[in-house]
Each structure stands twice: as structure tokens, then as C-alpha cells.
Design a protein around this ligand. Structure first.
Ligand SMILES: *Cc1c(COP(=O)(O)O)cnc(C)c1O
Length: 528
């Protein structure tokens, strides 16, 4: 009885505070729908104003400058008022955000997005569906499964295939390496890793992937207890595709040492070069040596819906697993991504039956609980964005947009190749261009490294254009990633003009004062 009194007193005290009553006024429900609508309109106004006035892809602010704006903000002291809070967000976030929809954003694989997908995001977030179990999602489960099945029909992985949405390519690649590891351990040691942990000689497991594949493969190897050392980096041909002679040699060496070819990871669209490994040949090699074949099509997956470039993915149907990022070449908001597997039985590696959530009896009764095939438990309903885009924009149009940026990359290649002071090192296979400014006066490689770093920083500082950088054979290169069908060859021309302007500016100052290059080039600013 004493306890009950305590509880009653407690609840009375709470109900009487302002916080509790303002929570009642804050929940998304029918009582508050009018206020929600007002908030939406205020957000809409801010968005409209932001998009209308935003000219550059980036303000050019440095991290230490922006950090100052956060001093003195006390998160224990609410502003309460939505317009005030929006104004603060505008200052702290929107003003210095990076605008992927700007035609001169040419840096990373983040894409501009179709607006219809934002509408779907708003819906899914408002309902706050979590897709881990049928009893929390209903139709959302079938929408995700439909998108998975639709993608599988394009991948042609066969009747036993299945898939699941993930947070991104990194998580999908982790799942691939997890499934491959456990499959191989079962095969060679009769071991069930899920129950027993790794067999004692797990160090025999090796993963083969090209030198320019995504770092998430190394990361996956580390997370899975195999370590970076388990990853064998296979050299590439001149198109930055995995070299088949080198792969065969590396595999032979592995087998001679008594090691196990756990997996071959082929990349369909490398992050830097857009290069597509020879999938059919790799599939034959994987079959011959009993390796798990994973195809990382995080970037190149968009080819599946192009009218004229699907053939570039020929051989993907032989994969044991595939990664696709819809948030790259399908013009969807972050996150929107999925993992696919040829034989759905392998997904049981991530199945755990919790009595309160997804008991075995429920699966046996045929209830579709998506958490049975996911690493995650609570999971966003990301599939609705792509579903809504397919229903309103259409796969054909999304695919055509990807082809447009691929075409732009070829035009950009011709433009860069015609510039005497630019060195371009590959023909584009998807929509990236890797090149460097070389000037006209025979500068050394280390000088050129400094010039090209300077160019990128200067572009970012001025905010006129954002481009990426990468290293090839230890030399500093610049990179355009083209994903915006509003970018024209004229935009590229203008950015190249700026690149040359900053390049010559640096060389002039550098040569005039050899040991004191412009200070901006020296300060190493990390953009994360
Ligand atoms: C981007 C990318 C990834 C990682 O995907 P995230 O969605 O960023 O986690 C993996 N592989 C390739 C080839 C990529 O381009």
C-alpha cells in the first residue's frame, strides 16, 4: 500500500508540471495536427528561402570558425518556440550545409534526390514505423519485401534469393563477409560460428578484393575478428579493374600455403574510378576455388535500371551476395540501401529468436518478421522512399538520369583530356573523373601534390565548387563525382577554369618563394 501511495504521489506531481502538459501538446496526434501543420509551413518557408538564395554548394567555412557558433548554446535551456529554433538551425546548419543539389557539387557519391522521396520520408517518419517485425509494421513489411523482390528480379539471382534493407553499403558489405565467413567455417571445419565462435585456425580465411575496392571490406574483416591481414589486395589493370592474372596468382599462393579462399569481392563501380571488375570471369574463378562471390554494386547498382547500360553488370547473377546503395545512383535520400543473397538460408546467421519479439513459433507460422534477416533490430522504413519514387517518377526516369551523368562524365573526360595542363588517368566507366593539375613547367610530383591539395582547399574555401581528392600510386589527384543531371558541361568548364587559376596562382607563389608556399596549403584541415 505504501508503494502504491508513492506511485500516486509521483504521478500527481508529474502531471502538475509544465513539462508534462507541454508533452501533451507536442505529441504527433490528432489533437496537435493543426500545430504540426503550422510547423510544416514554417519549415517549408525556411526550405524555400534556403533553396532560393543558395548559390554556392558550400559557404567555405572552416571547422574552427563554425565551432565558435556553438559556444554558449545550452541544450538544457529550451527555446520552446519553433520559429526561434528554426532560426537557430538555419544559422548553425543550413547556412553552412553542403548542397548536393548544386550543379557545382562534384565531390562525393552523395546524390541530389528526387523530391517525391522526401514526401515518403515525411510519411514514414510521421507514423514512425519500425520494420523489424510484422506486428510493428504491417504493410511496411510488404513494401520493403516488394522493393527487395523488384531489385532481385533485375539481379536475376534465382528462386532462392532474398534481401533486406540496411543502413548503407558498409553494413551490407559487413553482412556479406559475415555470411561468407560462417559459410566457409561450416564447410571446412563443420563449425557453427553463430553458436561456437570462430574455429581455432580461422586465420586461414582470406578475402580477395582489388586494390581500389571500398575500405569497408577491410573494416568488415576487422570487425569479424579476421583482421586487415585477412584481406588480399589484388592489383588492377589500366582501367582500375581487378587483374585476372594477378587474382589467379594470389589464389594459387593462398592455396599453396594451405589457406582458404573465403571470399572474392568484386566491385561493380569502384568509388574512385567507377570501374567494374570482370564479373563473369571472377564468377568462374570463385566457382573453381569454392569461394563466396560478393559483388559490391553500392555505386554501380543504378545500372540495373538504365535503358542502355544493364549489360555492364553481366555476371552479377552469379553472385552469392550483392550490395546496392539506392542512396547513390537511384537518387534517394540517405539512408536507402540493401543487401541481397542468392540463397536465403544463409541469412539465418543473423537470426535470433527473442520470445518477446520474434519467437520461432511466429516464423513457423509464416509471420514475416524482417529482423530475422537483419543485423539491426529497430529499423527505419527506408523502402517507402524508393517505392514512392518508383510509383511517381518511375524506374525508367531514374535510370535515364544515371545515364545522363555517365554521358556528362564522357564529355568531361574529353574536355579534361584536351587540356595540356591537366593529366587524366582513366576513361570514365560510370560517372567519376580522376585527374590532376600538372601546370606547364615540369613541376616535381611532390610540388604537384601540394598544388593539387591547395586547389581543392581553395575551391572549398571559396565555396564555388566542391570536388574530391584521392591518391593513386601515392600521388595526389583530384576527383569529380557526377551525379547531378542538372550539372552541365559548362559547369565543368567553369570548375576546370578555377582549378587552373588556383593551380597557376600556387605555382607562381611557390616558385617565387620556394620554401614558403601559401599558408592555406600547409594547414591540414580535416573535413571528416
Ligand atoms: C559508398 C560505397 C560503399 C559504402 O557505402 P555506404 O552507404 O557509404 O556505407 C561501399 N562500396 C562502394 C563501392 C561504395 O562506393
Amino acid at each position: 500500500m505504501v508503494q502504491l501511495n508513492v506511485l500516486l504521489a509521483d504521478s500527481q506531481q508529474q502531471a502538475s508540471t509544465n513539462e508534462a502538459s507541454s508533452m501533451l501538446n507536442s505529441m504527433f496526434n490528432k489533437e496537435n495536427i493543426d500545430n504540426f501543420k503550422i510547423g510544416l509551413e514554417q519549415v517549408m518557408q525556411l526550405l524555400e528561402q534556403t533553396i532560393a538564395t543558395q548559390q554556392k554548394p558550400f559557404s567555405g567555412i572552416l571547422p574552427q570558425e563554425l565551432a565558435k557558433k556553438f559556444i554558449g548554446i545550452d541544450l538544457n535551456q529550451p527555446l520552446f518556440d519553433i520559429p526561434d529554433a528554426l532560426e537557430e538551425v538555419a544559422q548553425l546548419y543550413l547556412k553552412d550545409a553542403v548542397y548536393f543539389n548544386n550543379p557545382r557539387y562534384l565531390a562525393h557519391l552523395n546524390c541530389p534526390i528526387v523530391y517525391q522521396s522526401i514526401l515518403a520520408e515525411l510519411l514514414a517518419t510521421s507514423i514512425n514505423t519500425a520494420v523489424e517485425t510484422w506486428d510493428q509494421s504491417g504493410g511496411a513489411t510488404f513494401i520493403e519485401q516488394s522493393i527487395v523482390d523488384w531489385t532481385l528480379s533485375k539481379l536475376a539471382l534465382g528462386e532462392q534469393a532474398d534481401g533486406v534493407f540496411t543502413s548503407g553499403g558498409t553494413q551490407s558489405n559487413l553482412m556479406a563477409m559475415l555470411l561468407a565467413r560462417d559459410f566457409q567455417c561450416h564447410l571446412y571445419a563443420g563449425h557453427t560460428n553463430k553458436q561456437q565462435g570462430l574455429p581455432h585456425d580461422f586465420r586461414r580465411l582470406k578475402i580477395f578484393t582489388s586494390k581500389v575496392s571500398h575500405f569497408s571490406i577491410q573494416k568488415a574483416a576487422a570487425i569479424l575478428g579476421l583482421g586487415y591481414d585477412a584481406v588480399v589486395s589484388v592489383p588492377c589493370d589500366e582501367y582500375f579493374r581487378m587483374d585476372m592474372t594477378a587474382l589467379n596468382q594470389a589464389i594459387e599462393q593462398c592455396q599453396q600455403q594451405g589457406d582458404i579462399v573465403m571470399a572474392i569481392v568484386a566491385t561493380a563501380g569502384t568509388t574512385d574510378f567507377g570501374s567494374i571488375d570482370p564479373l563473369t570471369q571472377i564468377a568462374e574463378i570463385a566457382k573453381r576455388c569454392g569461394a563466396w562471390l560478393h559483388v559490391d554494386a553500392a555505386y554501380g547498382g543504378g545500372l540495373l535500371i538504365t535503358p542502355n547500360n544493364k549489360h555492364k553488370l553481366a555476371g552479377i547473377e552469379c553472385a552469392d551476395s550483392v550490395t546496392i546503395d539506392y542512396h547513390k545512383s537511384f537518387f534517394q535520400p540517405v539512408s536507402c540501401s540493401a543487401f541481397f543473397v542468392k540463397d536465403k538460408q544463409h541469412l539465418s546467421v543473423v537470426t535470433y529468436h527473442a520470445e518477446y519479439l520474434n519467437p520461432l513459433s511466429q516464423q513457423q507460422a509464416g509471420t514475416p518478421d524482417l529482423c530475422n534477416k537483419s543485423i539491426q533490430t529497430t529499423r527505419r522504413f527506408d523502402a517507402l522512399k524508393l517505392w514512392f519514387s518508383l510509383r511517381t517518377v518511375g524506374a525508367q526516369n531514374l535510370g535515364v538520369a544515371f545515364e545522363q551523368v555517365m554521358h556528362l562524365a564522357r564529355q568531361g573526360y574529353l574536355l579534361l583530356a584536351s587540356e595540356a595542363d591537366i593529366e587524366i588517368i582513366h576513361q570514365p566507366q560510370l560517372s567519376t573523373l580522376v585527374f590532376r593539375f600538372v601546370g606547364d613547367s615540369g613541376a616535381t610530383d611532390s610540388e604537384l601534390d601540394a598544388v593539387n591539395k591547395y586547389i581543392r582547399k581553395q575551391l572549398s574555401r571559396q565555396g564555388e565548387a566542391l570536388i574530391a581528392a584521392t591518391k593513386v600510386a601515392d600521388k595526389q589527384y583530384l576527383k569529380f563525382t557526377l551525379l547531378n543531371c542538372a550539372t552541365t558541361i559548362n559547369d565543368i568548364q567553369q570548375v576546370v577554369r578555377l582549378i587552373k587559376q588556383y593551380g597557376y596562382q600556387y605555382l607562381a607563389s611557390d616558385l617565387a618563394n620556394e620554401h614558403a608556399p601559401l599558408s592555406l596549403a600547409l594547414e591540414e584541415v580535416s573535413y571528416g
